[in-house]
Write a protein that binds this ligand. Structure first.
Ligand SMILES: [Ca+2]
Ligand SMILES: [Ca+2]
Ligand SMILES: [Ca+2]
Ligand SMILES: [Ca+2]
Length: 248
């Protein structure tokens, strides 16, 4: 029985012993339909494009790490849109203290206040801890974008994400363009973003690392419920991601 469970787990990683892709067992939780923008989206942290007016808000309200928090400490919601070129995100985050703990973007990047964007271009699910089967982009307050490389260390992926943020009082609006890359992505290669089309499905989740002045992040709040005791699974296991469906 144990062997069977291990085999099922391995097959859920999307790779079999011949390293060929097989049908994913990724659960299709939280299916979100995402509308195409008819006009270009300007990354300026202003939500005045028509597609943002029409899109609905989705909550970031699942406590993945830390103690229960108040709306004053953290409140977050987001909208999504797409063009053939990229996936677009608008996030509105209320956070009482913005804190960039480490100046160096590659030191403990998860302990700074940051937006964490999880994307699995082909919605395959499976392990992605040290692969590019999926990405977990940490977008820092200064705009630097970090994920784990295939060399098992933090690496800047600033060309994948174009973002702008504006803070008014304790509320920050982030407008983000996310170029999507296939699992064939090579850290030292020439990589071209994927062109998006209607009916495409993408694995996706969003989270916020909230630190208000502590030595480690205080809270990690995600957009999707995660089963089990350990809810900090997104950076390892893309099976916990939700699913986006691109529509006209
Ligand atoms: Ca805009
Ligand atoms: Ca806070
Ligand atoms: Ca994948
Ligand atoms: Ca904070």
């Amino acid at each position: 029985m144990l062997l069977l469970l291990i085999l099922v787990h391995l097959s859920s990683c999307g790779i079999n012993s011949n390293h060929k892709k097989i049908t994913s067992l990724k659960p299709e939780n939280q299916l979100i339909k995402v509308r195409q923008s008819r006009s270009p989206i300007v990354i300026d942290a202003l939500m005045n494009e028509n597609v943002w007016t029409d899109a609905i808000w989705h909550p970031i309200n699942q406590l993945w790490l830390g103690q229960p928090y108040t709306d004053k400490d953290f409140y977050g919601r987001y909208k999504l849109a797409w063009t053939e070129e990229a996936l677009y995100l608008l996030a509105e985050i209320t956070d009482d203290v913005l804190f960039d703990k480490e100046d160096n973007p590659l030191v403990a990047w998860w302990d700074d206040d940051c937006l964490e964007i999880f994307v699995d271009e082909d919605n395959s699910g499976g392990n992605h801890q040290y692969t590019h089967n999926a990405f977990a982009y940490h977008v820092a307050l200064d705009g630097n974008v970090v994920d784990m490389s295939t060399s098992k260390e933090g690496k800047l992926y600033n060309t994948h994400i174009d973002s702008e943020r504006k803070t008014n009082g304790q509320t920050t609006v982030w407008e983000v363009k996310i170029s999507l890359y296939a699992d064939t992505y090579e850290d030292d290669g020439n990589n071209v973003p994927v062109t998006l089309n209607r009916a495409k499905k993408i694995g996706f989740a969003l989270a916020y690392c909230d630190n208000d002045g502590s030595s480690n992040r205080e809270n990690f709040i995600g957009s999707i419920p995660v089963n089990g005791e350990d809810k900090n699974r997104g950076w390892i296991d893309s099976n916990i991601f939700g699913t986006l469906l691109l529509i006209k």
